[in-house]
Design a protein around this ligand. Sequence first.
Ligand SMILES: [Zn+2]
Length: 437
Amino acid sequence: MAQGDDLAVLELAIRTAVTRLGASLLEGLLAGDDGYRGPRAACRAGHQAVLTGYRAKTIDTVVGPVAVRRAWYHCAECGHGLAPRDAELGCARASMSPGLARMTARAAAAVPFARAAGLLGELAGISLTVKRVERCAEMAGAAAAAAISAETDAICARELIPVPPPLPLPDMLYIAVDGTGVPMVPAATRDRAGKAADGKARTREVKLACLFTQTTTDEDGFPVRDPGSSSYLATFEPAERFGHLTDAEGRRRGSQHIRQLVVLGDGAAWIWNLADELFPAATQIVDLYHAREHVHELATLATRLLRGSQPDWLAQRLEELDAGNIPALLTAGQDLKFTGSLARERDKALGYFEANAHRMHYQHFRALGMFIGSGVVEAGCKAIIGQRLKLSGMRWNIPGATAIATLRCQEASNRWEHIWQRAHYQTPPVSLAKHAS
Ligand SMILES: [Zn+2]
């Protein structure tokens, strides 16, 4: 035996024993209330349900399964039964305690469901099937998404006014927007056009926003993101709904109070349409790295035309872009003597710079100490979406991907605890209700 094996066996055995002891203690505590709430109790629809007896239920907790016996009421009008005690314990229509549900959702937000189940077994000694881990995380994520959505509606309707950010106010609020494809099961992309050879979509776009603030620059004049200031949101819903969610998040973050708003995006038209509508006073900046890619594409188009001088040509155009000298870049582009389809491609490529020229005053933005790259949201896309939803072999449906993306956004925004402070987080939305037991 290797060194430490004895201890490893011993400590695990003791944990198992202590956990069992804990479960019986918990069971004893729960038995102190039999859930009797009088001969009648209100059902969820507000009817009077009638006591029919007592029923046993097993709840999985962080110390293992625990049996509870509680009063059972039947509602004749709804045609089903309920135990008021379950709702009080946070286990209505669920067989996991809130504590275990939190733990499970946390693991499943971080790693794939099968690995999460394995980690819970190894680290916490809790045995759950992969399917239960998945359902638990989806329910928590769906409930969080529903709560965020409801809050968004209230904020957009001005029924809820977020408190201003604490003083001193940050100087600038950035809203960086991006989209990325998430691989989907066929049912989730049915009838959607895509880029694959057969014209069908394999992915659905999740739209992501990262909001962060900036107050200072470093000694070299580069902008510094206020530490811990990033918050994220992600949705598969259309641009209009994404706009509402972003608007609400902007208001939560102080868009009504902070001096300077900045919208950072790649060149996609929908982003600027939203920015015009929601944040008309914001400075719009095309992410420099996306713009550079477009310069590279233009140079690639001109490889045969320019031959040996192509690298120099590219370097000069990148310099012009960095300086925000879009007129010079456009003139050089128009000087490329293409014909036919290449000419059309050139004009299309130049159209990007024409349309976005006013969002590419990079030298000016730099001089003001502003961020000109949306590296934050790109990194966020990779970390929040890519590292959990786009792993090899994964195929999602929209509710599942939304739930996990929501949990991960909440975590990346340091709002993990908020999910659980919202009441009834275990109440599943209708589409997931069939999973609940
Ligand atoms: Zn009823």
